[in-house]
Design a protein around this ligand. Structure first.
Ligand code: PLP
Length: 345
């Protein structure tokens, strides 16, 4: 088999959810937008629902429809983007709860689906999504009379515990939601780690479930093993790959593996990235990452294994993100469609 194997450990995702749940006294939901950060929303959603998760968050109504098909009736599915034009049938049929972001969305919602549940998303300073304080104060009484099921906002800097923005958004959220009956939610993964004042009634972790920072104690979830297609010895002065980007200074053993930037292994990682063998020995990438192939220095190994590993026990999604100058979230959501996906339970 040539395709790389992406192993997704569902029991690790459940363990991470339980660990994050134990950090608070409130309810813990699960954010499984963008196909559960690239890991498969249906499989991840079912595993979490079986473990007792009752509240899920997705970005788009379309994602909510697919998730409802997988989960059946029961769990709440909230949609961050709210109620967009054309979504009414999806929201009704799949029993989704849109997080209303504006007066316009509220009007669309109550007109198209009177009596259908909704939540409210407030903007407490991120200036991305949700009602701002002025809009909210004009609408608050109407929205609450219609019985909003959840009121939430999102933190911009929660991965930096000392950032002044956290406290500012907390104070703003408290001001905007004082005296309301609806359950409140402010914290994603980072917010859970900021402490009790940020927890309110419900948290919405995403990346921590999938083994990413800022949840440093996460159990690793993904393993990526890439088959070695060919091994060769390169003499001093010979080059490797496009643009002769690597030139050997000493005799070098080069393994070529079957994955590349078409699989989400960013070309920008180039010279900075390493793979490992299964004992964790670091094996540097040589030269450019190609579309389907990567060349790796295996000179330090006495024998070249059948597969080399990019992600797993020895390298987290955040280590690999550093190679590319990005964040673990982007590594996860870019994981290739060509991989042979294996779910471990
Ligand atoms: C993506 C997202 C989350 C989950 O964030 P993580 O940092 O992955 O835990 C929660 N709430 C909102 C509004 C989001 O957009």
């Amino acid at each position: 088999m040539t395709a790389a194997t992406l192993t997704i450990d569902l029991s690790a995702i459940v363990a991470n959810w339980r660990a994050l749940d134990r950090l608070t006294d409130c309810d813990t939901g699960a954010t499984i937008k963008a196909d559960a950060y690239g890991l498969g929303a249906e499989r991840v959603g079912k595993a979490l629902a079986a473990a007792g998760v009752r509240t899920f968050f997705v970005a788009l109504a379309e994602e909510g429809v697919r998730l409802r098909r997988a989960l059946g009736q029961g769990p709440a599915i909230y949609v961050f983007s709210g109620h967009m034009a054309g979504d009414a049938e999806r929201i009704r049929q799949a029993d989704l709860t849109p997080m209303i972001n504006s007066i316009d969305q509220l009007l669309t919602h109550v007109e198209a689906l009177p009596g259908h549940a909704f939540g409210i998303q407030l903007d407490t300073g991120m200036n991305r999504l949700g009602m701002e304080p002025a809009e909210w104060s004009a609408l608050r009484e109407i929205a609450l009379a219609q019985k909003s099921r959840l009121v939430m906002s999102h933190l911009a800097c929660a991965d930096e515990p000392d950032h002044a923005m956290n406290r500012y958004q907390l104070d703003t959220f408290e001001d905007m939601t004082r005296g309301i009956d609806a359950p409140r939610s402010l914290a994603a993964t980072g917010g859970i780690l900021l402490g009790e004042r940020y927890h309110f009634d419900l948290t919405r972790p995403g990346v921590g479930l999938y083994g990413g920072l800022p949840f440093v104690d996460a159990t690793p979830v993904v393993t990526l093993d890439v088959p070695v297609i060919q091994v060769r010895d390169v003499a001093p002065g010979e080059s490797v790959g496009y643009a002769n980007a690597f030139v050997a200074k000493k005799p070098t053993r080069v393994a070529t593996v079957a994955a590349g930037y078409a699989d989400g292994i960013f070309r920008a990682m180039g010279g900075k990235a390493s793979f490992t063998d299964h004992d964790g020995h670091k094996l540097p990438v040589l030269g450019r990452v190609s579309m389907d192939l990567i060349t790796i220095d295996v000179s330090s190994l006495s024998q070249t294994p059948e597969t080399l590993q990019l992600l797993g026990q020895h390298q987290s999604v955040d280590t690999v993100a550093d190679y590319a100058g990005t964040i673990g979230y982007e590594i996860l959501t870019s994981l290739g469609a060509r991989y042979d996906r294996v779910y471990r339970t």
